[in-house]
Design a protein around this ligand. Structure first.
Ligand code: DC
Length: 224
């Protein structure tokens, strides 16, 4: 499941995994947790230092792939809530653009997918490059999209629900900034894989998106 932020990816991916008794992996949380490690190391934005701090934190990451309670741990500390804050959100695109960081996380993500395929009823993986890079042979690739206004409104509502202030103009500017950075970076920029099903969620409720995903999953024989 790929697509920009605010398309409802996390919500529908979790619900799809629950419906299919599958595991769920939020790869954005992995980039966010490494970003938190970099921010905590209090660097001054120099690329080699960012890269080395982020890479050193990779072995400390642990993704809990339960769609009922997904979490990410950094050296056994649950950082699920802290990684959603504005500091990490502002810095994550830069960290996720570092090629060596991507290489290390893609390797981790593939290992988690293999493990889930061997032990669980499959896995729903969400991110930006899942269909294009991480699991190019996935039996179903979906690219969720929506207009930037709708995505900013959803992000704002999410922030307010989590108790963070959310001025809609600031949220829209952040959505645009991240779209630009994520789509123009050199390594694995955000784009729909050639064989992905593209779903525009502007006029679709979460239930309607889920219904369409379940239809696609059944059509491919992935859910009995
Ligand atoms: O999905 P999210 O907003 O939590 O993702 C956080 C950032 O991580 C986002 O700006 C892009 C990056 N990301 C990425 O480059 N590749 C992924 N597979 C997932 C996220």
């Amino acid at each position: 499941m790929d697509g920009p932020s605010g398309t409802g990816k996390s919500t529908v991916s979790r619900r799809l995994a629950l419906a299919g008794s599958a595991a769920y992996l939020d790869t954005g949380a992995m980039y966010r947790a490494l970003t938190l490690a970099v921010l905590r190391a209090d660097l001054e934005g120099s690329e080699p230092a960012t890269e080395s701090v982020a890479l050193a934190a990779v072995p400390d990451l642990r993704s809990v792939v339960d769609p009922g309670a997904p979490r990410i741990l950094l050296a056994d500390e649950d950082v699920e809530s802290e990684i959603r804050g504005p500091e990490v959100t502002a810095a994550v695109s830069a960290v996720s653009a570092v090629p060596a960081v991507r290489t290390a996380l893609v390797e981790r993500q593939r290992a988690i997918v293999s493990d889930a395929l061997a032990t669980e009823g499959g896995i729903v993986v969400e991110g930006r490059d899942i269909g294009s890079v991480v699991v190019p042979d996935a039996p179903l690739k979906v690219y969720l999209t929506a207009s930037e206004q709708v995505r900013a409104a959803r992000r704002g509502a999410q922030d307010r629900k989590a108790g963070r202030s959310a001025d809609i103009g600031t949220v829209l500017a952040d959505v645009r900034r991240r779209d630009r950075l994520d789509s123009t970076r050199k390594t694995s920029p955000l784009h729909a894989a050639a064989d992905a099903v593209v779903l525009d969620t502007d006029d679709l409720s979460v239930d309607a998106v889920l219904e369409e995903l379940l239809r696609l999953v059944r059509e491919r024989g992935l859910l009995t």
